[in-house]
Design a protein around this ligand. Structure first.
Ligand SMILES: NC(=O)c1ccc[n+]([C@@H]2O[C@H](COP(=O)([O-])OP(=O)(O)OC[C@H]3O[C@@H](n4cnc5c(N)ncnc54)[C@H](OP(=O)(O)O)[C@@H]3O)[C@@H](O)[C@H]2O)c1
Length: 139
């Protein structure tokens, strides 16, 4: 598993099991890797399109950032690859499954900071600034 992250987050990402970490602020991932089976895009912009260069024939791009972008399907299909988006929605059954994985120690979620509801605006401002490490929780 190869991950991209800012240089200061290398150790953090390795702690989640990355075999290799590419510092996106110093290295263009399209020049650093080839023949990838599955690329997961959580960045958006032109990241999905640029991932065409790193996938193997028959590879699969999964995006959490541009799942509505139907125009992206064509270039992937033309290159013999797959493109799909994922979207999180309310799903109690799936959430119970995730809780079980957390309880079994098979899923770890890093929470950077927890906010009471009355500080929700502050949490959103922090999110808007990007560069978080993990998630923010409202309780
Ligand atoms: N489809 C869905 O249901 C769903 C659900 C939740 C989120 N999303 C989307 O998923 C994306 C990620 O969300 P998020 O909650 O993880 O927060 P985020 O604030 O978008 O991600 C922040 C992290 O991304 C890193 N980062 C920024 N640019 C990068 C790049 N070019 N390459 C590698 N890492 C980079 C930052 O590291 P540095 O601090 O080092 O820059 C920071 O650790 C967003 O686009 C969000 O809208 C989709």
């Amino acid at each position: 598993m190869i991950a991209t992250a800012g240089g200061s987050k290398r150790g953090f990402v390795e702690g989640f099991g990355a075999d290799e970490v590419i510092d996106y602020s110093a290295v263009d991932f399209t020049e650093a890797v080839r023949d990838i089976d599955v690329a997961l895009d959580t960045i958006g912009g032109n990241t999905a399109e640029r991932s065409l260069d790193v996938l193997r024939p028959g590879g699969h791009l999964v995006t959490a950032a541009a799942e509505e972008d139907a125009e992206l399907v064509a270039p992937f299909e033309a290159a013999g690859m797959r493109f799909s988006g994922i979207a999180v929605g309310p799903d109690p059954v799936a959430l119970r499954g995730l809780v079980a994985l957390v309880e079994q120690g098979r899923l770890r979620v890093h929470v950077q900071e927890t906010f009471p509801f009355e500080r929700a605006a502050e949490a959103h401002r922090l999110l808007d600034g990007g560069h978080l490490q993990g998630k923010l929780a409202l309780v």
